[in-house]
Design a binder for this molecule. Sequence first.
Ligand code: G3H
Ligand code: ZN
Length: 286
Amino acid sequence: PLAATGDLIAEAAAQHRAVAAFNVITLEHAEAIAEGAEAAGSPVILQISENAVAYHRGRPRPIARAAAEVADQAAVPVSLHLDHVQSTELLHRAADCGFSSAMFDAARLPYTENLTATRAAVVWAHERGLWLEAELGQVGGKNGEPPLNAHAPGARTDPEEARSFVAATGVDALAVAVGTSHAMTSRDAVIDHELLGGLRAAVPVPLVLHGSSGASDEELARAVAGGIRKVNIGTALNIAMTGAIRERLAQDDRGVDPRRYLADGRDAMARTVTRLMAVLAQGRVH
Ligand code: G3H
Ligand code: ZN
C-alpha cells in the first residue's frame, strides 16, 4: 500500500535500521523496485528527481501517478518522494502529484542562502503535512559534473554547521556529504565513518546518504550501523537495467518488441533492489 515517507523513516529509526530509496525514471523502475522490495519483505521509497521530471518533458504528474498506483498495489508499504528539487515551482506541485515528501536541494548555494531557501521550503511543506529533507555540504556528481574525489574537502558536512542548520530550518532529515558522490559506476567510495558518528551526535534528525551506488556492500552496511536512516540509490539500478538490455539486444538483433528487453531490464533491477535491501538490513543494529 501507499505509505508516507515520514512514517517509514520514523519506524525505521525506532528500529535502528534504514529505508532504501530508489530513483524512478520509467514505469519499469517503479515496478522493479516494488517487486524487489516485496521479495525482500521490507518497505521502500520510490523517489522521482527533478532530473527525471525533466526527462518526462517537465511533467511530474504522469510518472508520479503511475508510481503511486504501483505503490498502492504493492504488498509492502511504499512511499513516494520528490528528490533533489531545486525549483520552488516544482516543489509546490509535490502535494498535488501525490508525494508525501520531498528533498529540497539548495546545497549548491552559500550557507546563508541555503538556510533561507530551505527554511521557506520547510514552512511550505509542513503547512501541507509533507516531510522535508534538505542537504548541507554538497554531495557532488549531479548533472554530469565530475564526481568529487571521495576525499575532496568540499564534499564534507561540518557537524556544528549541520546542528545549527537543522535547528534553524526545522528540516525532517538531513542529507550529508561523508565521502560518497553521485552517479558513480564503481563501488569504491570511502565513507568517513568518524565524521558520520560526529554528525549523528550533533544532529537530532535522521541522516540521509546520497550517491549510495558508489559504496560497497560493506560500506553501506557500516553506514546504516553508523546511523544513516535513508539510503538513496539510483545509478545501481541503471547499471542493472542497461546491462540486461545490452545483453538482450546483443543476442537478438532482429526483434523489435520492446517488452522483450524492457522485461529483462526490469527483472535485473528487481534483483538489484532485493540484494541491496538485504545488505542494508545487515547494517541494522540489534
Ligand atoms: O538522490 C539520489 C541518490 O543520491 C542516487 O545516487 O545514483 O549515485 O546512487 P546514485
Ligand atoms: Zn542524491
